[in-house]
Every structure is written in C-alpha cells, then in structure tokens.
Write a protein that binds this ligand. Sequence first.
Ligand SMILES: *Cc1c(COP(=O)(O)O)cnc(C)c1O
Length: 500
Amino acid sequence: MNYLSTRGSIKQAQSAEAIRTGIAPDGGLFTPESIPSLSQTEIQAMAGLGYQELATKILAMYLTDYQPSDLKGMTNAAYACPTKFGVPQVTPVVQLTEGDYLLELFHGPTCAFKDLALQLLPHLMTKAGEISGDHNKIIILVATSGDTGKAALEGFRDIPGTRIIVFYPEEGVSQIQKLQMTTQEGANTGVVSVKGNFDDAQNGVKAIFTDAAIVKELAVNGMSFSSANSINWGRLAPQIVYYFYGYLDLCRRGAVKPGRPINIAVPTGNFGNILAGYFAKEMGLPIARMICASNSNNVLTDFINTGVYDRNRTFYTTISPSMDILISSNLERLLFYLSNQDPKRVGEWMMELKFKGGYRVDRETELKMKAIFYGGFATENETKDTIGRVYRDHNYVMDPHTAVGKTISDRYRRETGDELPTLMVATASPFKFNRSVVQAILGETAVQDRSEFELVEKLKEISGREIPAGLRDLDRKEIRHRTVCSREEMPKVVKEILKL
Ligand SMILES: *Cc1c(COP(=O)(O)O)cnc(C)c1O
C-alpha cells in the first residue's frame, strides 16, 4: 500500500516510513492512496475472530511492508489480557436500550480509548526502524494536558530502543492525572512538570523538535526524535479495528442482520476516532450515518452544518476536557478524500486555517460531507443531564465524553426519526472524571470538600464496578518523577535525561 502526503510533496511512501516520521515534510499527513475494500462475505468471514486476530487481519491490509507474523506478535503483546486490557474482548459491547449499544474503549491501562492506539504504536515504531534500516534509538517527546501523556508513557515503558519524556503543565492537570504520571514506572520513562500552562509545554516541545543543535547532537549519539501524537498514521490505523469488532458483535448477538446498516456516534476532538470509523465505512462496513458529537467547543458542528471552518471563537474549558480543541488536525485527511485527493486544494485550506483561522470548502465537498456526517454539540448542562438520566434509566454510569456522544445521538434520532441501531463509542472510564460524574448523579453537595480519592470510592458504590487497576492505590504509590522546570529550561532537561 502506497502512502501520500495530503499536501502533495510525497507521492510514494511505505507505512513504516509514515509511522517512523509521523508527519510529512510539507506539513501534510501521511494517508493511504486507496482504501482497501471488503465484500460483506469477507467481512462476515471475520466474525468470531478474537480482537488480536481481527487487528492483525485489518492492519495487514494497510501496513503491507510489515510481515503478517510480526503484526501478529505485536497485536498479541499490545492487547494482552489481563496484563494490558482488563477484559478478553478488549473492546466489549454493552446494550443500553433496544437500539442503543455502547462500544467500551476504556479497558486499557490508562482507562481511555487512546490506549487502543498507544499500546500498539511503540511496537509499530520500533519495527518501522528495522524495516527502513534506521537503527537510531527513538526519543519520544510529548506535551500533554492529561490523557495522552499517560497513555503514551504506558505504551512506551520498557520498549527496547525507545525513550519517552512527557511534559505536563504545573497548572491544569487533575490530582489523579498528575499522580498517574509522577508514579510512572519503567526504566526508559521521564516525566517533567513545566511551570506554566499547556501551551507553554506544547511550545517548548515544538521548539526542541526543530532545534537544529539538539537534533544534531542526538544524531551523533545514535538517537532521533519521533512523535506519538494523533496525526501519526500508526495511531489511526489501530482504531479502525474496533469498529469492525463492534459491528460483528452486534451481528453475533442478533441486534443487526449481517450486511444491514448501523449508525455510529463518536464524541470528537481531534477527529481521529471518528476518522477511523470513516475508514471502516469506506472499507465496506455497513455504517449509514456518522454522528460527530462535540462539546461547547463546537467548531466541527458548525463546519458540518455550513461548510465553513472557523477557529476564531472563544475556547471553553469543559467537563469533557479531551475534546476541548479548536483545531481538529485529522480533518485534513477527510478533506483529502472528499476533495477526490486534491492536495492543492487541501493545502490552500490549511494555509487559510493557519493564517486567517478558517476556510470554506467548495459546495461539492460540503455536500459529500453532509451526506455522511451529522454534527451536533452538547452544552455542559445537557451533558450532565445525560449522565444523570442514563444512570437513573439504565443503571449505567457514563463518563462526560461518552455522555456528549449519547446526547447528540438521541438528538439525531429525535430530529430525523432514523431508527437504525446505533453503536456509540464510550471513550473513557467514568472513574477518570469522578468529580463531574458523581456531581451529575448525586448533586453538588455530594462532591463538596471531597478529595478525588474519596470520590473514586463513591463512584465504585454508585456504579457497582471495580476501580480500574490503573487508578487503584494511586495515593499510596511511590512518586518517581519530581523534576520541575521552566519553559526555557526544557531543552536542558531533555539533554540531562538523555545524558548528552
Ligand atoms: C482524545 C479523546 C477524545 C477525542 O478523540 P479524537 O480522536 O481526538 O476525536 C474523546 N474522548 C476521550 C476520553 C479522549 O481521551
């Protein structure tokens, strides 16, 4: 399979190169030249496969320069139960009502769907080095506002040939998120607190990536940087798998007849998760409508409804923080396909976004998008109402991100009367966002003056679920990372950690 840059400079790359380098030299995203297509018979032939086997099969269609036997080893390691994922199905389906199903993507080590990609990416990346003859040690730098950093640390810990350093802002991560990172184990992990906010950490990391002196010093010492962020093809490809798994599970339980369509609902930020669903649909998986759910940062809702992308708007901090995003990077890949693979047009839109903060797509692209996607956003109150209502009606505790998806999925059904079964992706464990979840269910007095640890216990009572292994005993674990630095000191800290 051949990979292209969405902005046109690269016309021939293999998946290993795309994964090892992350982003194309022209700033575009690596994306497959064509999307493999499967018949309904071929899709049904995969029913009954375990998650690892299914992942191996789907990935082999995209990562054609990897040996299938290597992919098998990697998926077995990445999705092992119980060492990595808490349940053998990896992404189990839960029925909520007659036509509503949840695809739970939060049973990995850090309790959010990013584990599905970040458990596999380190294996793909080290193998990519071997395939392309690049034997440098891989140095991963991450700036995180919470979830991504921890998921990347867990993915890369003790993976030979890699070193990972995560910077998080001193102000802005929750007590639990901070402890998740400062207690991180693994001989190749580094965690540093930056005095400032997320932007300071992010700008600091970007500056290091492009610091010619450091890059050269790394090269001399047999090392090179890479990135684990969500525009890397190695993060997107593994996410296609669970849409197949979810659909086949619905067929198995008789909720949908083989070959008949379903809708999917995805709480969306950077457009990675829903784009993986688009790939599944284009491969032939019977998905009718893709419901793109946003929080108050509703830039995608407006884009789907009007064809105008406009990031010049207020940024809101919400109870679904992993969707607090105004630039949805992976949208670029969708536009590439919808514009019939026109890198010139995509490049122009991205330049307008960069310099003016927005762009309008042509009418044809807009109509194609509307035929596939339904966009909507949930306010904070609507999200909390949904958490409370779903708990009272179905005795199911949802995290705020998932509740945004459910809110918009319900609205879509009311507005259109579309009665197709819906698979909603559940992107995080409620235990990760215990304060807003307990507040939504029991009210403000239940959370007042309570520590996050008390609230985790409370949530255990309410939900009847066990506290996930990764969040248990956090307050008793040894703190292993104490480095604090300013934005200016970040390059020095990287060099110290790498012993340069
Ligand atoms: C990252 C994240 C999202 C958003 O996913 P995208 O791929 O960025 O659209 C939604 N929910 C949770 C819990 C997340 O961590």
